[in-house]
Design a protein around this ligand. Structure first.
Ligand code: PGA
Length: 249
C-alpha cells in the first residue's frame, strides 16, 4: 500500500538558532501519526537536524543535490555526502530549482539516477504554470515532466519515488488548487503511470500535493482518493500549523 507523507520544505529559511528552535517545537508537537513526517532544512543545518531528530518520528531530508558523486562543482552537494550524515531522502525538481537555477528535465533525469544509485528516496516535484492551465495544457506539461525525468526507470526503482504535484501558480501565492483540481491531476498522473508500468505499481506510488497547503484546507485536499499527502512550504515554518496539517489525516 502506498504511504501517506507530509513533508515540510523549509526552502532558504531559518538560520542555526531558528532551526534549533523550530525543531524543538516540532519535537513537542509530534504524536504517532498515520503519515510519515519529514522536514527539509537548508544544507548548513542538516547535520544538526539529523542529530536533534535521531530516534524521532521525523525524518530529515534534503532540498536538492548534484548528480556527480564528487569533483569540481563549487557550491554543490552530492548524494554520497547526504548519505554520510544520515539523510536518505532528497527533493528533486522543485519549481524554484527549475525557474531560478535552470534545472530541466534532462538534468533532473541525471539527478534521479544519481540519487537512486546511492539508494536514496526521491520526492520528485513537477507542475504546470498558470498559462499552461489557462490554455488547457496542464496535463500535457505534467506528463512531459514525469516522462522525461522518470519513465526510463525500472519497476523496482519506482519503489524509491514519491511524486509531488505542485502547480507553480499555487506555490507561495496563497492560491491553492481546489481539492477537485488536485484530485483530477493526481488521477491523471496515476493513470499515466499505470499505462507505462501497470496498475499495481501505479497504486503503490504516493502522490503528494503542494501549493499553499495550510491547516484550513489540508483536510479537504487529503481526503481526495489519489492525494497521499503534502509538500508544505510556508506553513511548515510554524510547528503548530505543520502538525495541524499532519493531523489532518
Ligand atoms: P507553499 O510551498 O506551501 O509555501 O506554497 C510549497 C512548496 O513549494 O513545496
Amino acid at each position: 500500500m502506498r504511504k501517506q507523507i507530509v513533508a515540510g520544505n523549509w526552502k532558504m529559511n531559518n538560520d542555526l538558532k531558528q532551526t534549533q528552535t523550530l525543531i524543538s517545537e516540532l519535537k513537542n508537537q509530534v504524536q504517532t501519526s498515520m503519515a510519515e513526517v519529514m522536514i527539509a532544512p537548508t544544507f548548513t543545518n542538516l547535520v544538526g537536524a539529523c542529530d536533534a531528530l535521531q530516534n524521532s518520528e521525523i525524518e530529515v531530508i534534503a532540498q536538492n543535490m548534484h548528480f556527480a558523486e564528487n569533483g569540481a562543482y563549487t557550491g554543490e552537494v552530492s548524494a554520497t555526502m547526504l548519505k554520510s550524515i544520515g539523510v536518505n531522502t532528497v527533493i528533486l525538481g522543485h519549481s524554484e530549482r527549475r525557474a531560478y537555477f535552470n534545472e530541466n528535465d534532462e538534468l533532473l533525469a541525471k539527478k534521479v539516477d544519481a540519487a537512486l544509485a546511492k539508494n536514496m528516496r526521491i520526492i520528485f516535484c513537477f507542475g504546470e504554470e498558470l498559462q499552461d492551465r489557462n490554455s488547457g495544457h496542464h496535463e500535457a506539461v505534467v506528463e512531459r515532466q514525469i516522462k522525461k525525468a522518470l519513465f526510463h526507470l525500472s519497476g523496482e526503482a519506482w519503489g524509491s519515488i514519491v511524486l509531488a504535484y505542485e502547480p507553480v501558480w499555487a506555490i507561495g501565492t496563497g492560491e491553492t488548487a481546489s481539492p477537485d483540481q488536485a484530485q483530477d491531476m493526481h488521477a491523471f498522473i496515476r493513470k499515466t503511470l499505470a499505462e507505462e508500468h501497470g496498475q499495481d505499481l501505479a497504486n503503490n506510488v504516493s502522490i503528494l500535493y503542494g501549493g499553499s497547503v495550510k491547516p484550513a484546507n489540508a483536510n479537504e485536499i487529503f481526503s481526495k482518493a489519489d492525494v497521499d499527502g503534502g509538500l508544505i512550504g510556508g506553513a511548515a515554518l510554524n510547528a503548530e500549523h505543520f502538525f495541524d496539517i499532519v493531523n489532518a489525516f
